[in-house]
Design a protein around this ligand. Sequence first.
Ligand SMILES: *Cc1c(COP(=O)(O)O)cnc(C)c1O
Ligand code: SF4
Length: 347
Amino acid sequence: MRIQQELNALPFLEREPIRRVVEEFPFRTTRHYSQLMEHSGDAIGKQMVPLVAELQDGDGYEDPLAEEALSPVPNLVHRYANRVLWLVSHECAMHCRFCTRKRRWKNPVPLTEEDLEKGLQYISRHEEIRDVLLSGGDPLLLPLERLERILFSLRSIRHIQIIRIGSRLPCVLPQGIQGDLADLLARHHPVFLNLHFNHPREINGESRRACECLADAGIPLGSQTVLLKGVNDDGDTLGELFQNLLTMRVRPYYLLQMDLTRSTSHFRTPVSRGLEILKGLRNRVSGLAMPQFVIDLPGGHGKIPLLPQCVEELREDAMVLRGFKGENCSYPLLPGESFSLRNLMRS
Ligand SMILES: *Cc1c(COP(=O)(O)O)cnc(C)c1O
Ligand code: SF4
């Protein structure tokens, strides 16, 4: 029922070249999200509207993070020893054109009953797993009974401490977030939600209501933002986004460099762009508003944070750091410390 808000027919989809694009990478959006668009080339349109460029991009990988290869059972990605990513939903309310998992849009991979059992068994048997991250697709689109069953089953496993859910619903289908869903999540605490917002225009009365509903249920809210060329790749836009997220009690968590997903290279920014933006924002917005800038390395080698360099010089007895107004200041080092510091900071 909640999914009825989808819009799968808009006039531009009938044009021939676009028809071929959506045959390969289906179009999907919501009334809410499409109403935020003023024209197809704006920050909202670029995330939603299919482009011929998608078919002209042969670079990159279908599965840049090697998720399929790192799945010991279907839909369960075990990359880091202590946490797993579980793709429990195969549907999103909207198809974001830059999505890392767009390989799955045409032929979705639902989590069958059998795979659900296999996943639970795998997690039960691996006591080193502490943290289960539910993703998809969008887990908050699952029928509530199914979501409840997954959460309940995970909570019955003694070594699972943390449950995290990734969702774009508060941004693209805020009406899908209601008290019954928030209560269900709250019954399985600690549950953390990681939302996905990319632009200040995605923040409005309805997304605010959705976030507040979740925050009032005691669910800590974070946000991931993908750094997208022509959408949000400047300091003013991201500064406003991060600061406004805080006003909805959403803490910016990651700013993600684009993955090397085939058909998405028109969204990719130079790595230096992300670092420049962070450097400009530091101390211009609240420290709470600063996410970590990460590259999720191709091949599943992990999320690696990058920071703008602020060490000017490393001496035997002191390190010289650039202060927030640009002046150099030294901080004393203990005897012998400079050697290990040099190793830790080696480029
Ligand atoms: C991103 C990700 C995680 C979670 O990483 P954190 O840095 O803890 O947020 C876990 N597993 C996989 C496969 C991931 O891609
Ligand atoms: S909501 Fe996430 S998983 Fe779904 S299409 Fe957008 S980026 Fe991909």
